[in-house]
Design a protein around this ligand. Structure first.
Ligand code: UDP
Ligand code: MG
Length: 341
């Protein structure tokens, strides 16, 4: 097999305004959403650029600052140029990771796009393997965690239960234990960007376009430092987003449970009438009445709440607000260097 070697000279900071090869498209875009990660960003950047510098492809790093209240944005903007171009997109406030990822996806120019967390739980060293899978024809390279180090038993258990429930309810195969760390081809990114919905449950949206999917296994490290930005309330909200934006089966379930309760109470009523007629017993049983009443009221409230979840999401959709707002974009061209492509 013959290997075609083409040498590309990268543009240095000073040269870039006049240089003729100023605008050449990156092959790989790495999107890094972060929120208050100033401690870990320098180490993350060091490890990422080490990997990207060794790749033959021209890469771009897209840092998306999700409205950090610490010095994270300044840290990201101060990174020196490497052989990859660096763009720092600062959102106007904290919109949440899902929207920060959307901002990254809409601004990525690469033919392949990788989403990676800034806390070093997703090792950048796996990027060459992901790229290889993409070169072999995969449109989506899912990174499945074989272990979740540094996460509590409760978190692991609740995540496993949620994925099982979601896959049972949604008419879509959303891979279990696959986070946002994955590679997407430009055409998949294009389809995801074109989806009009405001409810962005990204793990579902990544699976929605389909195409050729591959899964690679990896060991998920513990956080390098700092703390997770998710608490159980936020995770519960995300789980509800996932369930309600990918399935209407909970509504059907509510109908079935309601019908079941109605049938049971009808049978129970009949039984009381027959018992009274045959044995002349006075209607008694305050406790049983309370049980039935409370049970039915519970089912009713639950069903109304469930309806509310869907109505609330329709409300969010019809307002058609933008997903995020950008405060600034800071760009650094690659330094003069030679890469073999
Ligand atoms: N993150 C973000 N916006 C948020 C919360 C988190 O961009 O509102 C980023 C965070 O900085 C990190 C990634 O999303 O780079 C994953 O967050 P975290 O580590 O807190 O989540 P976990 O790994 O525990 O699921
Ligand atoms: Mg993390």
């Amino acid at each position: 097999m013959s290997v075609i070697k083409k040498t590309v000279n990268y543009v240095s900071e000073g040269e870039r305004s006049s240089h003729p090869i100023r605008h050449f498209a990156p092959i790989l875009s790495v999107i890094v959403p972060f929120y208050n990660e100033h401690q870990v960003l320098p180490e993350f950047h060091r490890r990422l650029t080490q990997v990207l510098d060794a790749l033959p492809e021209h890469c771009e790093i897209l840092y998306v600052d999700d409205g950090s209240s610490d010095t994270s944005l300044m840290v990201a903007q101060s990174f020196p140029s490497t052989t990859s171009s660096i763009r720092c997109i600062a959102l106007s406030r904290n919109f949440g990771k899902e929207f920060a990822m959307c901002a990254g996806l809409e601004h990525a120019k690469g033919q392949a796009v990788i989403l990676i967390d800034a806390d070093l739980q997703d090792p950048p060293e796996l990027i060459p393997d992901m790229l290889q899978a993409w070169r072999n024809g995969a449109d989506v390279v899912n990174m499945k965690r074989s272990s979740r180090q540094g996460e509590s038993w409760l978190k692991r258990f609740s995540a496993a239960t949620f994925y099982k429930l979601l896959n049972r309810l949604a008419a879509l195969d959303i891979p279990e234990n696959v986070g946002d760390f994955r590679l997407l081809s430009a055409r998949v990114v294009g389809h995801i960007n074109a989806l009009p919905e405001r409810n962005r449950y990204m793990k579902g949206l990544f699976s929605w376009p389909g195409f050729t999917q591959t899964t690679l296994m990896f060991e998920r490290d513990a956080r390098f430092c700092g703390e997770t930005k998710w608490n159980y309330f936020k995770l519960l909200g995300l789980a509800m987003d996932g369930l309600t934006s990918f399935s209407v089966r909970p509504l059907r379930l509510a109908t079935f449970v309601g019908a079941g309760c109605a049938l049971l109470s009808f049978g129970f009523g009949l039984w009381i009438i027959v018992k009274t007629l045959m044995f002349g017993e006075p209607v008694s049983g305050y406790p049983s009445m309370m049980v039935v009443m409370l049970g039915l009221a519970g089912v009713q409230l639950l069903s109304i709440g469930l309806l509310g979840e869907y109505v609330g999401r329709i409300f969010v959709e019809v307002k058609r607000r933008p997903l995020y707002l950008i405060q600034s974009i800071h760009e650094k061209q690659p330094v003069a260097a030679t890469k073999v492509v």
